[in-house]
Design a protein around this ligand. Structure first.
Ligand code: NAP
Length: 275
């Protein structure tokens, strides 16, 4: 069965839209972009459109690669202090001459709608979730929608990035799963994935997960986004696997749309906190 992230995401966006309709002052998301990364331009456009559709104001603070770091620091401080701004997001990647760690951590924890500041990551680690990274949060929301119970299940997460793998592993632990985390140095990846009741791949390699690596009736979540000849693929060999699993996310239409709706959800969450 397909885990339909697109339909659930549309439902969440509709719920957000219904709420913002009644607000005299709309929530606001500010996205800071440094440089002109092509993929970032596309993602920012998508976020801007999604905000517009649900009644969230969108600020695009764009800086040239030649900008001084202090200018960006000043902008973050300004946005932190602006009571009308409910979410701040530093669009990654940023050019390497900038200190990403410092800039990210300048964002006020309650406006950190990507959930990537040390403070929000630390809170997540201690089971005191404040703002949670959007992709992992979206995956948990999707599993919940299909009543997939995680208690006592063996979840295997492939990929250990700060953006997806690590926070997702913590969320799965919080939900009572037994969690294994695999990465590029894991020896015999298939040995681990084959044991998974819930298998999540967040790597960025087309056809990494093949049929022989998946247990019958497993739940498979494909986070990967790999563009080949203009077409989008996940990490999972979807066509080979779809008939042996109980649930699987398509790419596109699975995790991707959930990431966007969780971002909007985080903006609204902070807005409502201050009502
Ligand atoms: P990342 O920072 O590059 O992390 C990739 C992870 O995969 C790393 O932990 C790496 O291990 C591991 N890895 C690499 N090769 C491997 C292999 N052969 N076997 C096992 N593990 C391996 O990427 P990311 O930001 O987490 O994103 C992962 C993928 O998800 C990308 O395709 C990205 O585009 C996609 N993504 C999708 C969404 C969405 O909304 N759908 C959101 C975010 C990301 P090491 O740590 O040991 O290097």
């Amino acid at each position: 069965m397909l885990l339909d992230g697109k339909t659930l995401s549309d439902k969440i966006k509709e719920e957000i839209k219904l709420k913002t309709k009644n607000f005299l002052i709309k929530p606001t998301l500010a996205v800071i972009q440094i440089g002109n990364d092509e993929a970032s331009n596309i993602y920012i456009k998508m976020k801007s459109k999604a905000c517009e559709n649900v009644g969230i104001n969108f600020i695009h603070a764009k800086f040239e690669e030649e900008s001084l770091e202090q200018e960006i620091v000043n902008k973050i401080i300004e946005l932190n202090n602006d009571p009308y701004v409910n979410g701040i997001l530093l669009q990654l990647p940023i050019p390497s001459k900038f200190n990403q760690y410092k800039l990210l951590n300048l964002i006020n924890k309650d406006k950190d709608v990507d959930g990537l500041t040390d403070i929000n990551m630390g809170m997540l680690f201690k089971d005191y979730n404040n703002l949670v990274p959007c992709t992992p949060n979206g995956i948990i929301r999707l599993l919940e929608e299909y009543n997939i119970d995680l208690k006592g299940k063996h979840a295997v997460v492939v990929g250990k990035s700060n953006l997806v793998g690590k926070p997702l592993a913590i969320l799965l632990l919080q939900k009572g799963a037994t969690v294994t985390i695999c990465h590029s140095k894991t020896v015999d990846l298939g040995y681990f994935t084959k044991q998974a009741d819930i298998l999540i791949s967040a790597v960025g390699k087309k056809d990494l997960i093949t049929r022989d690596m998946v247990k019958d009736d497993a739940v498979v979540i494909d986070v990967g986004m790999n563009r080949v000849d203009g077409k989008l693929y996940g990490d999972v060999a979807f066509d080979d696997i779809k008939d042996i699993v109980s649930y699987i996310t398509p790419v596109p239409g699975g995790v991707g749309p959930m990431t966007v709706s969780m971002l909007l959800y985080n903006v609204l969450k902070n807005y409502e906190k201050n009502l």
